[in-house]
Write a protein that binds this ligand. Structure first.
Ligand SMILES: Nc1ncnc2c1ncn2[C@@H]1O[C@H](COP(=O)(O)OP(=O)(O)OP(=O)(O)O)[C@@H](O)[C@H]1O
Ligand SMILES: [Mg+2]
Length: 434
């Protein structure tokens, strides 16, 4: 692990985030400056080479990546070589670990913290897995816990609790192969829900205890934060494609038509009191044989309701398990494209018994990045891109920009993130033989 913040070799402040999702591949180019992050270009292409967040067709995925990158190159007139890419899928497994070191000098130094984290990372990991992130969750100095940044404090024994995220080597390799085949170099790989959290959560929320739920097309990714640290992640094998599939089967319409119907007329609950879901009108749908049929709009929400309840029940179980571990949670932030299903947020509030909001990458209070100095604001972003669909992509850019922003202390979230990923960068270079 290196202590130095990574500096980009080309000397420019341009960052490209690449969100390789199950339904779309999105490339976002941003520029980090004194005033924050400016979004220069966003492009998105349909993705069909992934299943449940994992690459199953390298050629198809590489082609979609090429198209997305070519679009932003054309829009900005600059060529893209390096990208920050997100990773997800049910192969991601996490566990807690612990490390301790004696303090050599009179006070704790960066080096002591590094050694403590390294001792916590020295755990057995099966050969087919590699460590993606080692994230500190608590520092304990001479028995005193709850310390956020021990550097500079007096003490003789430093303990650290960490949360270790691992991924299947093959899944990581296949993702890297797609990028290579598209002519791109991967600067870093970031766990997708961590990127989405960068874009949508305030540091206040992370302190209070919050659950980020990224409901995409293939999977639902959960990240739980408390006291500012990531404490738990989970992947649920239910996403927007399941909702669409239910409509496709239930109404006997082709998948693309079911997708259109879901977005235009769908709602999470048939009993919801809003006018859009209590609608008694009929809607036209195009059946598999090309015939147009008129059906009561209510049918659609009746199909979507059990799936919405099932997903929220799984989310509730994850939150309960976390709270059972002694962590109180004060709210839920829904993001990802499927969070836009009409009425889903209200149903979530009822089932989870917690305040719920939808996480957009750009909000009025988005200068709260937990960083002093220059606030991170997203400028120049077109309204249409301020959507939960782009939370991961924007988060990757914010993460990548971390290397340019003012350094506000060793244990600041961006700094920890960078150091942790620096370690990861080491291993993925190793597996692709660079
Ligand atoms: N208005 C809407 N109502 C309901 N669902 C929507 C709406 N807009 C988008 N979606 C759904 O959001 C999903 C895509 O979301 P997103 O782009 O976050 O997924 P992804 O990143 O490609 O997938 P994953 O993260 O699972 O790999 C699709 O299933 C789509 O149908
Ligand atoms: Mg996604």
């Amino acid at each position: 692990m290196t202590m130095e913040r990574r500096k980009r070799t080309n000397g420019s402040n341009i960052i490209v985030g690449l969100d390789v999702g199950t339904t779309k591949i999105c490339a976002i180019m941003g520029e980090a400056g004194e005033a924050g992050i400016g979004v220069l270009a966003v492009s998105s292409h349909p993705s069909s080479g992934l299943k449940k967040g994992v690459v199953i067709d390298i050629e198809v995925t590489a082609n979609s990546i090429k198209k997305s990158v070519a679009d932003i190159e054309e829009e900005t007139g600059s060529s893209v070589r390096e990208v920050y890419v997100g990773i997800a899928g049910s192969h991601i497994k996490s566990f807690s670990s612990y490390g301790a070191v004696g303090i050599k000098g009179k006070e704790v130094t960066h080096d002591d913290v590094e050694r403590a984290i390294e001792s916590a990372s020295a755990v057995y990991v099966p050969l087919d897995r590699e460590i993606l992130h080692v994230l500190p969750t608590d520092f304990i100095l001479d028995g005193q816990d709850g310390i956020k940044d021990p550097v500079g404090m007096a003490g003789v024994r430093l303990e650290v609790k960490v949360y270790i995220v691992t991924g299947a080597v093959t899944s990581v390799q296949n993702l890297l192969k797609c990028c290579e085949r598209a002519g791109l170099e991967v600067v870093d790989i970031v766990l997708q829900p961590l990127a989405s959290a960068e874009a949508t959560l305030t540091s206040y929320e992370r302190d209070m205890g919050v659950v980020l739920v990224d409901i995409g097309g293939g999977t639902t990714d959960i990240a739980l934060y408390k006291d500012g640290w990531l404490r738990h992640t989970a992947v649920l094998g239910v996403g927007g494609n399941h909702f669409t599939n239910d409509i496709s089967v239930g109404l006997r319409v082709p998948f693309p038509e079911a997708e259109r119907i879901k977005k235009k007329f769908g709602a999470a609950a048939s009993y919801a009191s809003s006018t859009d879901t209590n609608d008694t009108t009929d809607v036209d749908v195009v059946a598999i044989d090309g015939q147009v049929r008129s059906i009561p709009r209510k049918y659609i929400s009746e199909i979507l309701q059990p799936r919405s309840e099932e997903l929220l029940d799984l989310i509730r179980q994850e939150i309960q398990a976390f709270q059972g571990g002694g962590f109180a949670v004060s709210g839920v932030i829904l993001t990802g494209g499927s969070s836009m299903l009409s009425g889903f947020d209200r149903m979530a509030e009822a089932i989870l018994s917690l305040p719920v909001r939808i996480g957009y990458p750009v909000r009025a209070d988005h200068d709260d990045r937990g960083r002093s100095g220059a606030a991170v604001t997203i400028q120049g972003m077109k309204g249409e891109f301020n959507s939960p669909i782009y939370a991961t992509g924007i988060g990757l850019v914010i993460y990548g920009a971390g290397s340019f922003l003012p350094d506000e202390g060793f244990m600041s979230s961006s700094n920890v993130f960078n150091r942790v990923v620096a370690k990861m960068a080491g291993w993925f270079k190793k597996i692709v033989g660079k």
